[in-house]
Design a protein around this ligand. Structure first.
Ligand code: HGY
Ligand code: MN
Ligand code: MN
Length: 400
C-alpha cells in the first residue's frame, strides 16, 4: 500500500509532496483510496464535501468506529503527515481480519479532504465543512493564488460543490473517531516509546499581513523618498520571533507574496502570512496582538498601509478524557507499557471533529521530529507498532 501511494504527487527535485486539494495529485490519491477500499470489499462513498469513506458493516446502524486521516500535503511536505494514518487504518483492518475479530459495530476508514489548506489557505476544509465549522458561503469565498475558487476547483475535479456544508446526519452515526498520525515533534523519541496518545491540540491560527507601500525604481529612488513595504515586513518577522520567545509560544512567517516581485523594483505590496500557536488562548492572543501592534507602529512610522486578516483559526482542543483513557487502558493491557500522553501544536481533523463526536489520536514516533519537510520520516518498526496499536484500539472499541 505504502509503495503504491508513495510516488503520487512527489516532486522529483525536492522529493517533497505537492498533493494540493482538487489537483491531479489529489485525484490520484483519491483513486488509490477507492482501490484500497474496494479491494477489501468495503462500501466506498464520498460525502457532500468530497471526503472519502470506506465502510465495513451498515453505516445506518450508528455508533460507528471511524479511523483515518488526510492524504493532501503542505508544499514539499513529507510522506507520513496524513498518509501514515490512512495506510495504517487499512492495515489495522487487515490485522483485525487476520485476528478473526468479530465486529459488533460499523467501521469506517476516512480520507478527509484539504486538511493542510495549502491551496486555499484554510486548514481542515473537508472536516470543517462536515462539522458545520465552515459555511458553504464562506467556502465559496476561498480562492487559490491564481484566483480559482474552491467550488470551481471542486467542479474541475468532477465534484458537485453545490451540496457542500454541514453533515450532522453523517456525524450522528459516528460513535468515535480515532486518528493515527506521525508525531510532529520528538516527545516519543525522547521518551523511547514507539506510540503515544494525544491529550490536546494547541490553539492556532493563520493571519495575512498586507503591507502596501509605493512601487518605484530600485536604482534611482533616494532612500529617504521610499515607502518600501518590505522593511515593514522584515521588522514584523523579527517582532514575531521576539514576541513568541517572550511568551513561550511559536510564530512563523513561512509564506510571502511580493508585487510586482521584480529584482529592480521597490515593491508596492508585500503580503506575509503568520502562523502562530500557543498552549493556551490567552498566550496566543497576547502574542498575536503584540505582533500586530509592532507591525502597525512600524508601518505608521514609515507611511506604509497595513491590513491584517485572520484567515484560519482553531481553538484549543482537549480530547475527550474517557476515550483517551480507554485507548490508554487497551494499549497498557496489550503492551504492558504505560503509553505516553502528549499535547501537540499541530492541527488535525480529529481536532475539528472533537466537538461533534468523541475523538482521540495515536502518535507514531518520529525520530527527528521533523515534519512539513521532505526529511519527515518514521521507522518501519514504529509504523508497524502503530498499526498494531490502532488495531488493538479498534478491536477494543468495535469488536466487543
Ligand atoms: O498546520 C497544521 O498544524 C496541520 O499540519 N495542518
Ligand atoms: Mn500537516
Ligand atoms: Mn496532518
Amino acid at each position: 500500500m505504502w509503495n503504491d501511494l508513495r510516488p503520487i504527487g512527489r516532486d522529483p527535485e525536492s522529493n517533497g509532496y505537492r498533493r494540493f486539494a482538487w489537483t491531479g495529485a489529489d485525484a490520484d490519491c483519491r483513486t488509490w483510496f477507492q482501490e484500497q477500499a474496494e479491494t477489501r470489499g468495503l462500501t466506498y462513498e464520498t460525502d457532500r464535501n468530497g471526503n472519502q469513506w470506506a465502510w465495513l458493516g451498515d453505516p445506518t446502524a450508528g455508533d460507528a468506529v471511524v479511523t483515518g486521516s488526510h492524504l493532501d500535503s503542505v508544499p514539499d511536505g513529507g510522506a507520513f503527515d496524513g498518509p501514515l494514518g490512512v495506510v495504517s487504518s487499512f492495515a489495522a483492518l487487515d490485522e483485525l481480519r487476520a485476528r478473526g475479530a468479530e465486529f459488533t459495530k460499523p467501521l469506517a476508514i476516512t480520507n478527509f479532504g484539504d486538511e493542510e489548506g495549502a491551496r486555499f489557505g484554510l486548514a481542515c476544509v473537508g472536516s470543517r465543512l462536515t462539522a458545520g465549522k465552515l459555511t458553504r458561503e464562506a467556502a465559496y469565498e476561498l480562492r487559490d493564488a491564481d484566483g480559482v475558487s474552491l467550488p470551481e476547483a471542486m467542479e474541475a475535479a468532477g465534484y458537485d460543490p453545490s451540496a457542500i456544508g454541514a453533515d450532522p446526519e453523517r456525524l450522528a452515526r459516528v460513535g468515535a473517531f480515532v486518528e493515527l498520525h506521525v508525531e510532529q515533534g520528538r516527545a516519543l523519541d525522547l521518551s523511547g516509546d514507539p506510540v503515544g496518545i494525544a491529550s490536546a491540540i494547541w490553539p492556532h491560527g493563520r493571519w495575512r499581513f498586507d503591507f502596501r507601500g509605493e512601487a518605484n525604481h530600485a536604482g534611482t529612488t533616494r532612500l529617504v523618498d521610499r515607502r518600501d513595504p518590505m522593511l515593514s515586513y522584515a521588522e514584523t518577522v523579527l517582532a514575531a520571533r521576539r514576541e513568541a520567545e517572550l511568551a513561550g509560544a511559536v510564530a512563523t512567517f513561512g509564506k510571502i507574496a511580493v508585487e510586482p516581485n521584480g529584482v529592480n523594483a521597490i515593491p508596492s505590496l508585500v503580503r506575509g502570512w503568520l502562523d502562530s500557536r500557543a498552549a493556551d488562548q490567552d498566550t496566543l492572543d497576547t502574542v498575536v496582538t503584540a505582533i500586530e501592534k509592532a507591525a502597525h507602529d512600524y508601518a505608521d512610522r514609515h507611511g506604509i498601509d497595513l491590513d491584517v486578516v485572520r484567515e484560519s483559526f482553531t481553538p484549543v482542543v482537549e480530547f475527550q478524557h474517557a476515550l483517551r483513557d480507554e485507548l490508554g487502558a487497551v494499549l497498557r493491557e496489550r503492551t504492558g507499557r504505560d503509553i505516553p500522553v502528549l499535547g501537540t501544536g499541530a492541527g488535525h481533523d480529529a481536532g475539528i471533529l472533537s466537538e461533534s463526536v468523541p475523538t482521540a489520536m495515536l502518535f507514531v514516533r518520529n525520530p527527528t521530529g521533523v515534519s512539513h519537510s521532505p526529511a519527515e520520516h518514521a521507522a518501519e518498526d514504529d509504523c508497524l507498532a502503530g498499526v498494531r496499536a490502532l488495531a488493538d484500539v479498534l478491536e477494543g472499541l468495535a469488536c466487543r
